[in-house]
Ligand binder design. Structure first.
Ligand SMILES: CSC[C@@H](O)[C@@H](O)C(=O)COP(=O)(O)O
Ligand SMILES: [Zn+2]
Length: 257
């Protein structure tokens, strides 16, 4: 397990100084440290139109300390700095670092649901237009089958020998639940938690007229899943525009053209 100096911070002491900057938790030269990586990824997501206008974001669990890194609410996500980050102790839920003059992201209870119910290593929330379009077209689920890119998405099954995640095959159907939006982001928590229970194999939940939450066991996997799902949502929307059901069988599409 990679070690960095923030692994050595005493949690009790750190909790005692919550409310004042606790910069040891966010100061690292390592570009993969969550405080740095959240800034880098948000910039990349911004240029994909995923986190524009302050919407969306990402939270990462430090793989060494287990601390949870969360960006502030209502800020331009592509301009984030490591010093802007909230840091939470994942066991107690106490903030170890609270930047003054900011509130933590309104997505925090949703991020926490994915950490707790799915043992996530990172959670991405985007305001992807592809997610919004799919949520207008489909009712309770997005279903898409027989498209090469679904092979990037986990099936929910594990290899009995290696314990590694088994991804969907080309011949499988990807199912992503869709929940209704609420007036406030935090009020989505109940709907998200219900979807997490009802769809134990899902690695994403679409929020109608809003966007999508995607998680994975590591930040790298969450990023790959988000990219692959965004691609598939765009394909599903385009197939629907042509009158082709995105989950139709191979060769059946000709019937709809
Ligand atoms: C354009 S405001 C969007 C917010 O209400 C929310 O949907 C969101 O995704 C970001 O919340 P934030 O609290 O800024 O992290
Ligand atoms: Zn949002």
């Amino acid at each position: 397990m990679a070690s960095c100096f923030c692994d050595k911070v005493n949690i009790k002491e750190a909790a005692d100084v919550a409310g004042s900057p606790n910069d040891a938790l966010i100061s690292s030269q390592d570009p993969r440290h969550p405080a740095n990586l959240i800034c880098t990824l948000c910039k990349m997501f911004y240029y994909n139109n995923w986190v524009t206008g302050t919407g969306g974001g990402i939270s990462i669990k430090h793989p060494g300390t287990g601390h949870i890194y969360i960006a502030p609410s209502g800020v331009q996500k592509e301009q984030l700095k490591p010093a802007d980050m909230f840091v939470m102790d994942s066991t107690s839920g106490a903030y170890l670092r609270t930047p003054q003059s900011y509130k933590p992201s309104a997505c925090t209870p949703l991020f926490m649901s994915c950490y707790k119910q799915r043992n996530a290593g990172a959670v991405i929330h985007t305001h992807s237009q592809h997610a919004v379009m799919c949520s207008l077209i489909f009712d309770k689920e997005l279903r898409i089958a027989n498209i090469e890119q679904i092979k990037a998405i986990p099936s929910g099954k594990k290899d009995a020998e290696t314990g590694k995640d088994i991804n969907l095959s080309f011949f499988d159907t990807l199912v992503i639940p869709i929940i209704d939006n609420t007036a406030h982001e935090e009020d989505l928590t109940e709907g998200l938690q219900e979807a997490l229970q009802k769809y134990p194999n899902a690695t994403a939940v679409i929020v109608r007229r809003h966007g999508i939450y995607v998680w994975g066991p590591s930040v790298d996997k969450a990023k790959v899943y988000n990219e692959a799902i965004d691609y598939l949502m765009e394909v599903a929307w385009k197939m629907h525009q042509l009158g082709i059901p995105p989950d139709c069988g191979i060769g059946e599409e000709k019937k709809y053209l």
